[in-house]
Design a protein around this ligand. Structure first.
Ligand code: DAH
Length: 350
């Protein structure tokens, strides 16, 4: 039979090698119960044999047993500390934020170049006392044409290639179309307001048109209308002159030439001297030195009569321009189709 002393040595060996394998606090408790538990622990069990030893051996074995008890206790505490440390480590790792990781990029949206131009133009007129109004893109033949002195079958209609709506037209309902210009809002505004009127109308227009570098089937226009007692052509010139200088620079010259639009009399087109070459002649102005930027004129007396204004009392002027054309001129854009093909390489430049 192996002596108690030898058994103590082998118990220590087993206990300490078991201890190294333990990874959890629960495992550690089980280990302690297994070796030191009061009832069935291996060490207390062994010590039950102590009284059976010859008296001279008891002291020596007792000392060895106490030493082993201390060793187990120290081993227990050390392992407990190790387990706690590694749990903490794991928790810390879980909660760690990797500060070296680059942040997620926030992409910043921007206004569409046309919106930017419309806002720039609008704010110039708002500062001159104009109101911004909005109108329907689906219009009736009456507002888009007839009320603007463009009767059915009149050759002037050729100027506006129209997209008609496939709409079952019952008697009394006027034919519908996609507005070809923002001018119908002249009529709607005068019907709804009393003079003095100062409005601008930015909005989408549509034409049944083959597209090319200067034509799109959908584009924007900004219409303007001023009606009051005593408005003359001088007011038209003064207003549009101020506008052109605000938008294109204080040194700009302007030029008016006669043009025909059925709803104004006289009608004009307005040009500025080329801001790119100062009038010498270049690609931007097609070597003419001048750039046309809008149509305008004095509101036709028949248009005023149609909305119930007395043309002997009230007069007014109207104008219409294309913001895409203006932004093409300002930024040197060579194709109007860039605006609405949604290519970010184009849009991000503005
Ligand atoms: N509506 C015209 C067009 O689409 C532009 C225009 C010309 C508007 C003269 C006006 C104006 O108000 O007076 O071509």
């Amino acid at each position: 039979m192996t002596s108690i002393k030898e058994q103590l040595i082998s118990l220590e060996k087993h206990a300490m090698s078991d201890l190294k394998q333990i990874e959890t606090e629960q495992g550690l408790d089980e280990w302690r119960i297994n070796y030191q538990g009061r009832r069935n622990g291996q060490l207390p069990k062994l010590l039950e044999e102590l009284p059976k030893l010859p008296i001279e051996d008891r002291r020596e074995v007792g000392i060895a047993a106490n030493k082993l008890r201390d060793t187990l206790e120290i081993g227990y505490n050390e392992r407990l500390q190790e387990i706690k440390n590694s749990e903490l480590q794991e928790k810390l790792l879980e909660e760690t934020i990797d500060v070296s990781l680059p942040g997620r990029k926030q992409t910043l949206g921007k206004l569409h170049p046309t919106t930017q131009t419309i806002r720039e133009i609008s704010s110039i007129f708002v500062n001159l006392g104009y109101q911004i109004v909005d109108g329907p893109e689906v219009e009736s033949d009456y507002y888009n044409f007839e009320a603007l002195n463009i009767p059915p079958d009149h050759p002037a209609r050729d100027q506006w290639d129209t997209l008609w709506l496939d709409y079952n037209n019952e008697e009394g309902i006027r034919p519908l179309l996609l507005r070809t210009h923002t001018s119908p809002m002249q009529i709607r505004t005068m019907e709804n307001q009393e003079p003095p009127i100062r409005v601008i109308v930015p909005g989408r227009c549509y034409r049944h048109e083959a597209t090319d570098t200067t034509h799109e089937s959908m584009f924007f226009q900004i219409e303007g209308l001023a009606v009051d007692k005593g408005i003359t052509f001088a007011d038209l010139k003064g207003t549009l002159y101020t506008f052109a200088r605000k938008l294109f620079g204080a040194e700009r010259k302007i030029r008016f030439r006669c043009d025909f639009f059925p709803f104004v009399e006289p009608g004009v087109d307005m040009s500025i001297d080329c801001f790119s070459c100062d009038g010498i002649g270049c690609r931007v102005c097609s070597n003419t030195g001048w750039i046309e930027i809008m149509g305008a004129g004095m509101v036709h007396p028949d248009v005023l009569k149609r909305v119930g204004y007395d043309p002997d009392v009230y007069t007014g002027f109207a104008f219409g321009m294309g913001p895409e054309r203006i932004s093409m001129l300002k930024h040197g854009i060579d194709d109007i189709r860039h605006f609405y093909t949604n290519d970010l390489r184009f849009l991000e430049q503005f």
